[in-house]
Ligand binder design. Structure first.
Ligand code: Z5A
Length: 199
């Protein structure tokens, strides 16, 4: 089973994914916990470039999109597909829906470009995706204590509003795969709500 966790900054994806990990481990399942961009040494190197604030040269939106997919291709072939083939549960902190939300809805890149990449480089979409949804201010407030902001975190609130609407669009189009969770609840309540979809 392939499960992904999506949402805007600080909504609690990492917190929820840890609870899922413990849950599946307690059931005696083989679980792989991974993330995007990243998940392999090479993909983590790409992540560092993507998140770094570079004052000398700004990253073009196309470069950002292609680097997300370069990291994803590596992650899929090295980690996700082999784990699924071995019957493991894969829990992924962000996946291709983030590219739609951030690069298309947020940055304004065309859906045609994304479709082309998905059709050619994403062999497997998650079986179920949890979209942790909360007003942008809620996530920002929770994430505020972490110190220096990365390249994405430096974006303005209007950017994150567009990203949120991108996730809402996917949810509308694929309600069977993408489940919306009310991320303003306590982390225990969010976990219970997510579990109700796993029955
Ligand atoms: N990105 C992209 O543009 N395109 C793509 O295709 C992909 C990614 C794959 C890195 O992602 C960036 O990459 C991301 C989008 C872009 N940038 N942004 N923004 P990331 O997932 O590594 O970064 P993030 O979204 O900033 O994650 P995060 O800030 O770590 O948030 P989180 O994992 O959702 O939250 P958390 O760490 O679980 O919780 C944050 C704090 O809130 C923490 O102190 C918790 O203890 C607390 N918390 C958690 N849940 C609750 C509840 N329910 N109540 C109260 N407090 C809570």
């Amino acid at each position: 089973m392939f499960i992904s966790f999506e949402g805007t900054e600080g909504v609690g994806k990492t917190t929820l994914i840890r609870k899922f990990y413990e849950h599946f481990q307690a059931l005696g399942k083989d679980v792989v916990l991974t993330r995007e961009p990243g998940g392999t040494p090479l993909a983590e190197q790409i992540r560092s470039i993507l998140l770094a604030v570079n004052h000398e040269e700004s990253m073009s939106h196309d470069t950002e999109l292609l680097m997300m997919y370069a990291a994803r291709a590596q992650h899929l072939t090295q980690v996700i597909l082999p784990a699924l083939a071995e019957g493991k549960v894969v829990l992924c902190d962000r996946f291709a829906d983030s590219s739609f939300a951030y690069q298309c809805a947020g940055r304004g890149l065309s859906k045609t470009k994304l479709k082309l990449l998905n059709e050619n480089f994403v062999e497997k979409m998650p079986d179920i995706t949890f979209w942790l949804d909360a007003p942008i201010e809620v996530g920002m407030e929770r994430a505020r204590e972490r110190g220096a902001l990365d390249r994405f975190e430096q974006e303005k609130i209007t950017f994150f509003e567009k990203v949120r609407s991108g996730f809402a669009e996917i949810h509308l189009q694929e309600p069977d795969r993408m489940k919306r969770l009310d991320a303003t609840q306590t982390s225990e309540q969010v976990f219970e709500e997510a579990m109700s979809y796993m029955l």
